[in-house]
Design a binder for this molecule. Sequence first.
Ligand code: HDD
Length: 756
Amino acid sequence: DTDRIEQAAQRADGAPHGGNGPEDGIPGKPGSRSPSVAEPTEPTQPWPPKPDQSGPATVSPTGQETGADRAAVAQGGEYLTTAQGTRLYDTDHSLKAGPRGPVLLQDHHLREKVMHFDHERIPERVVHARGAAAHGVFTSYGTAASITKAAFLAKDVETPVFVRFSTVLGSRGSADTVRDTRGFATKFYTSEGVFDLVGNNIPVFFIQDAIKFPDVIHAGKPHPDREIPQAQSAHDTFWDFVTLHTEATHHTLWNMSDRGIPRSFRTMEGFGVHTFRLVDAEGGTTLVKFHWKPKLGVHSLVWEEAQILSGVDPDFHRRDLADAIEAGAYPEWELGIQTFPDTPEQTFEGIDLLDPTNIVPEELAPVQPVGRLVLDRNPSNFFAETEQVAFHVGHLVPGIDITDDPLLAGRLFSYLDTQITRLGGPNFPQIPINRPHAPVNDMLRDSFHQTAVHRGVAPYRPNSLDGGCPFTADGAHGAFVETPVRVPEATKVRAAPESFQDHFSQPRRFWLSMSPVEREHIIGAYTFELGKCYEQAVKERALQVLANIDGELCARVAEGLGLPAPEPTVPLADVQPSPALSQVGRTWPTDGRVIGIVTGPDGDLDGVRAVREAVLAGGMVPLVVSPAGGTLGDGADALTVQRTYATARSVEFDAVLLAGAPGVGADAYGARDAKSPLPSVGQASQDPRVSLLLSEAFRHGKAIGAWKGAEAALEAAGVPVDAPGVIVGDSGTATLEQVVGLLAAHRVWDRFPAGV
Ligand code: HDD
């Protein structure tokens, strides 16, 4: 074939080829003319950016590098390439027949770029789609070593972890602060393989049997006709389901409590929900429930804050987690276990341990700390890590086993199955975030996205060709061996045990354990959510459920709905409260809490500076709020402004301080500024955004402090200076000290009406 040889020779000479000359029109034919538009053949790198493309400077005005970790920048290499590694000279123009002509099909770069973009999205999780995650370390105390042989629970063992927090119902882009259960899923990369603890911030679940999971989720998700409401339980289908399946009563009550609107992921408890079985080296077993206890205590938003945040900062929880880690205020939890003897009945003090709608009160079985979790590193890439992480309740290690909880059984199937659709095939354990840190030596082969290049010829065993490897281990050599639990002789049946039929005594215990202010919040939540339902029958049925929990709860919600309160249909359970369930009445460390320091143009800057330093020294986060951005004061002492009157909103702060402004009075906080979109309230001279900030902080039970001369601003905002939790001090630091004292209780609870 002389033609082909000639062409090859010409190409080797660098002679033009592949021309599409008008004369002969035969591509690659010897003698074809060179193209009329010159091809770039010489690398003239780096190509200077086009004038309209020279983006923002990547160096600071001082000429310093931005400080970005070079290994962490989006593209590490110097030159842009195709996916095949070929350098590109232009990524902004499609290849065309002339600048105004049609785009050519031969433009591989265009096709590759758009093809990849077209497939960037993967299906979101069918539940728990909205989430945020962080890396960390779990350090075991060794206190559980006597009842489990799990290597990562031995004394002082450090295990890398990845934790993903989530809401349940909303889509990936939904708001963080909606009323919902939160997921709390932890992947422990242990030396014996991955252990996943896939829990929630609520210790009980809606249903007792996994076969109802599609139903409860269909009911909770937006209505199928209009696809509304997003990420809400305040709609008919949700309340229809939870009132027809009264096993959901306990979980629903937790949802309607302050637990449904956490202040932060950092201030949530986590629960494994099911009862698990720990196994020691001799085969002895103990039933346990897992608890995560946050170092900062359990704190929640108030409903109005949650609603404001959904609009003002829908990423509030995600931002809070990332900011805290970036600031070095590492979130911490203790892992604890409640232990129960592994008896054939699998009950404790009459409580069925296989029923996931039950808790065991901590007063009956204390939570015993077994290790500490610290989250200290943000993910580098949301998609690669947070989105692609795949948790599974069946990822167990020797020493931790399951029980016959029927909800857990269904989960064991579901979590593996869902990844096939979500992550596109069965090789998702090879995705970096899912890779175990223990050696993997499986005989799973091929399929989509196979990235391993397996060697050998015998992926089966026993074999005589690959040296007989791999061999199976026994329990003494680290194998996971199922606990030989006796299964009672039984007849196949679709039924629940009698002990699963009590749906009201545990909710009643929760209700009785709440403080008056928490009860008010619960009443408010039910009244709001049921008030958003259209169906009269649903509201009436919901009131019947409430009547079976508590008469006062039912009467107050009925009053709000304008409906009669029904009588209970079951005798009200005689249960003792569990004080550990209440979030009120204790104090907690204030680390990482956010203090807004508001100043006007003539504020006491020395005072602000001193307060700022004291806040930082106390391990908290100061945010200086001023009428405009930039700095306050001059020289080395200049204070950086973090928020302006336009960008600050009370919901971001755990407490607010007003800088003193001696002699200036209410004018201290900005004579009304033409840029403010809000009409004035109170004294006309005060910037209405300052008044709004103060009145909201007051209404939300936050500690408020003002020093020298700033009290006028409180009055102008309608905040009584003698109200509980309002401090007027002589100096900034003296005021701060009292405010932090109040913050330890999270809120000034006395400010809330407490009717029950
Ligand atoms: Fe589930 C995700 C927690 C019952 C089916 N679940 C998922 C996540 C958490 C939980 C935290 C998010 C994990 C992540 O961040 O990727 N789920 C729970 C708890 C339950 C529970 C605490 C009850 C005690 N789940 C449950 C049942 C089923 C599922 C009964 C099905 C029968 N859950 C799934 C799922 C998800 C999931 C469809 C969606 C995405 C995923 O698994 O990976 O398989």
